[in-house]
Write a protein that binds this ligand. Sequence first.
Ligand SMILES: Cc1ncc(COP(=O)(O)O)c(C=O)c1O
Length: 392
Amino acid sequence: MKISPANRVSKIKPYFFASLEKTLSELRKDGVKVIRLDIGSPDLPPQDFIVDALVEAVHRPDVHGYGPSGGSPALRAAIASYYLDRFDLKLDVDKEVLGLIGSKEGIFNLSQVLINPGDLVLLPDPCYPVYSVGALIAQAETYDMPLLAENSFLPDFDAIPDAVAGRAKLMWLNYPNNPTGAIAPYEFFERAVAFARKHEIVIAHDAPYVDICFDHYKAPSILQVPGAKEVAVEFNSLSKTYNMAGWRVGMALGNPEIIRLLRMYKSQQDSSLFIPLMVAAESALLGDQSWIETRNQVYQDRRDVVVSTLLDLGFTMEIPKASIYVWAKLPEPWTDSVAFCDTLLREAGVSITPGVVYGPSGAGYVRISLVTPLEQLSEAMARMRIWMDKEK
Ligand SMILES: Cc1ncc(COP(=O)(O)O)c(C=O)c1O
């Protein structure tokens, strides 16, 4: 029997990192010791008190069944308390806060609850691929908002034709940004909210890097803008802030109607987070936060090594003030980031991500992740330098 996929699924390509795995395992078989600077999964562990909370909770006999879909009241209260402390923002625990099985789940599902076939979705280009795949599955039309160096990698709302803005139903934003490492000033969020209110567009702001900041910078939440909750939902996550990517704890916050729809959809589509994970997440959100600054210094030191090497090698870039990525434009004569990354991987054993994976405006750029210990990162930079000198 021939199995044929649904039309909407047949349009999806495998996730870039799934296909990269294949090349990496071939190279490993050939004995190449690849240093991976491609994926954005934190290498550092969560704090001991968070792990201890998980272990203690998992020993309880009453935590192994299904929990409440959309997060326990205690988890949602902990999320609200974190938003109050961090952003001085009050959220209604029942109506404006939702627990997610990682933010990727909610990001994907948002398109399913809001978008009809043919609805228009505004996407940053480049962007985290899940925004566009979620839109694709919902059979949306999409409009790219280029993130360009000359605009500090912020979308230019004035460049969006009125006819497009008038038709758009949903707009994705993401600051601190993956893949560009760019940040958005609070005034940008004010402009975004005004634009969305004028054209009646829902804003989905994805903020998993909001607590990974350098050089004393503190990233804002879009929900701090007065009136934002009327048009915006924010996604956030424990994956990067608390080094808990594999634990799958995320959150959606803001507009009560969107939260209600997501909650309802999730009640059909998944079952809850594992209860001990929710208990541990509460301790992460409510416990000591001072270690985050120390951890950010680790990323900052790594950033400095990458930036200084790349500048030396002729790349152009903004020095990132947040996120776990360096986004750099290839030096001449290189223009094709896929060919560059592939050759670098095969000849020098260093894996970085071609910018074009994140959208057409990523052509000519590469993304380097900072989730590798300094010693290995320095080794990768040394390999890259030797390889590029040879290529000249
Ligand atoms: C911009 C962005 N949003 C969301 C996610 C997903 O995070 P989570 O682990 O919460 O699903 C990532 C992960 O890399 C990301 O880069």
